[in-house]
Design a protein around this ligand. Structure first.
Ligand code: MN3
Length: 233
């Protein structure tokens, strides 16, 4: 009995210090020692009725956090990666030690993609500026971009993401499976993307991924997309 209790206390102490270690680690996306869940930046119900509050809460507080925890757990065993940025690791996956490569790809990819995605969600913005000009130049019209993007999001079999990417300023639509992202190819810069895992829409839209993708246009933060595009030039 006493032994069990002592074991319990010791285990709690270890878990406790682990939590402190995560909390005091480097900031999200800028270091590999304890990545942290970034704040969503808006209320869970801010995107209603297009994306419901319960989906946002579970998606951010449970799914995104789980990617971060798994990533941190794996990196504890690989101190050679201390101080490397997540971008750097994702852009050079083949250079990573094999024992953490898949975890960084899946869970580091998950952390990057979701951190990117939250900033791209806001109602009431409109396409303008250089990005809007480039969309008309490369797709002919906004309608054509939307159709192409929706097709890509619907055509991604199973879980994944659809993206608008900039390849040195030229815009392209593509999709990636699982938590892969365009950084992993090392050339293209994501301008915006949509999470088409079922956890992103199933509570509200069930099997109707197409309705969710169409609703996305109402919550896409074009100001953030413009920033991403300008950063790619
Ligand atoms: Mn997701």
């Amino acid at each position: 009995m006493e032994t069990n209790r002592r074991t319990f206390i010791r285990t709690s102490a270890v878990l406790g210090s682990g939590l402190i270690w995560y909390r005091t680690g480097a900031l999200s996306l800028t270091g590999s020692q304890g990545f942290e869940l970034p704040s969503l930046g808006f209320a869970f119900d801010a995107l209603e009725p297009y994306i419901d509050a319960q989906t946002m809460q579970i998606h951010h507080d449970k799914h995104h956090l789980a990617y971060i925890n798994k990533l941190n757990e794996a990196l504890v065993s690989e101190p050679s990666l201390n101080g490397k940025s997540l971008n750097d690791m994702l852009m050079h996956l083949p250079d990573l030690p094999e024992k953490v490569r898949t975890i960084v790809r899946n869970h580091g990819g998950g952390h990057w993609n979701h951190s990117f995605f939250w900033k791209l969600l806001r109602t009431g913005t409109h396409a303008q500026g250089k990005l809007n000009e480039a969309i008309v130049r490369d797709f002919g019209s906004m309608e054509n971009l939307m159709t192409t993007f929706e097709k890509s999001a619907l055509g991604q079999f199973g879980s994944g993401w659809a993206w608008l990417v900039s390849d040195k300023g030229k815009l392209l639509v593509r999709s990636t499976p699982n938590q892969d992202n365009p950084l992993m190819d090392g050339v293209q810069v994501p301008v915006f993307g949509i999470d088409v895992w079922e956890h992103a829409y199933y509570l509200k839209y069930q099997n109707r991924r197409g309705d969710y993708v169409k609703a996305f246009w109402n919550v896409l933060n074009w100001d953030e997309a413009e920033k991403n595009y300008l950063g790619s030039l």
